[in-house]
Write a protein that binds this ligand. Structure first.
Ligand SMILES: [Zn+2]
Length: 316
């Protein structure tokens, strides 16, 4: 969503708010982009609530009320988009780390982080999202705090981590440790996101050997030698994988047992549509739509699909 907002609005993001700033200035574009991903075949929309934590607004010199206003616009946008969908689309409430996802070092206290995530996850629960998506988490420390916060609101949740070239969390934590930290009966899947395809693939293979539940992978579009600093202003779509390479990776993960596949930053609706078509060809639309197959065609930054009854992630 964030990188697509940059691309579509042609407005440079304001840091540290990044994608959250567009909730104030371009709420119609947020809704339109959700609609694009639904049309492309996504099964779950992820709310544009990344960076809407009150403490991030405070860092930007803005108020708690403005953070909530941004959050509310994001929720309105996703509900408007799914209302117009021709099929059931689920909502994953995005809950991200307090500071830069690519810089796992932290300077704020555990108590501060717990308060921030506690507030934000309660907002998501009160907005009646289908599940909460802890996403782009780079480090064990904040993953523990976020897991504790999501447990306290009692909603189903998906954990998604961002990884380094070795397939560990960006702070070096082995993925097995992330599995252990987030263990909970409400955890419906573990995923890898916003990492280059090759790095995500390393993490996927490790995760598969450590975790028997539903797995997701939604890499960013960056080529492995184009590692982006978070201070870089915009996502370089022209330097990203598109088409065959991206689709091939998603298809391979689905064939290897991933139940959620998709794309994060730098991946557009055209890529998602191509992936959806490829998955349908490979597995058949009927089987994708069957919970029994548990194959998700959908893209996670913009689509996850999970079964309320069985707490399984599956395609549809
Ligand atoms: Zn991303």
């Amino acid at each position: 969503m964030g990188s697509r907002l940059e691309q579509q609005t042609k407005v440079e993001p304001i840091l540290p708010l990044w994608s959250a700033a567009y909730n104030h200035t371009h709420p119609k574009d947020v809704k339109k982009i959700h609609a694009e991903y639904i049309a492309a075949g996504a099964d779950i929309c992820t709310t544009n609530t990344y960076r809407t934590l009150p403490g991030i607004y405070a860092k930007a010199g803005r108020s708690h009320a403005e953070a909530y206003e941004s959050f509310s616009h994001a929720i309105d946008a996703v509900y408007q988009a799914i209302k117009e969908a021709d099929r059931k689309v689920y909502i994953a409430g995005s809950s991200a780390t307090f500071e830069d996802c690519y810089k796992p070092g932290r300077t704020v206290s555990d108590q501060f982080l717990a308060d921030q995530h506690g507030t934000h996850m309660q907002w998501l629960a009160d907005a009646h999202v289908d599940c909460i998506l802890l996403e782009t988490v780079p480090c064990a420390r904040e993953l523990k705090i976020m897991t504790s916060a999501v447990r306290s609101v009692g909603k189903p949740f998906i954990v998604s981590v961002t990884v380094d070239e070795n397939g560990n969390l960006r702070d070096g934590t082995p993925i097995a440790e992330a599995v252990r930290i987030t263990d909970d009966s409400n955890r419906v899947a573990i995923s890898i996101n916003c990492s280059p395809i090759l790095h995500a693939d390393n993490a996927f293979n490790k995760l598969k050997s450590e975790y028997g539940g539903p797995i997701g992978v939604y890499p960013n579009g960056l080529k492995e030698d184009e590692i982006l600093g978070i201070d870089d202003a915009c996502w370089p779509f022209e330097k990203c994988h598109h088409g065959g390479h991206f689709v091939g990776a998603g298809l391979a993960w689905a064939q290897a047992g991933a139940q959620i596949v998709g794309g994060c930053c730098g991946v557009g609706p055209e890529d998602i549509a191509a992936l959806r078509v490829a998955l349908s060809k490979q597995f058949g639309i009927a089987s994708i739509e069957s919970a029994g197959r548990m194959i998700a065609p959908a893209l996670a930054a913009h689509a996850l699909h999970y079964d309320h009854t069985h707490h399984h992630v599956f395609g549809g």
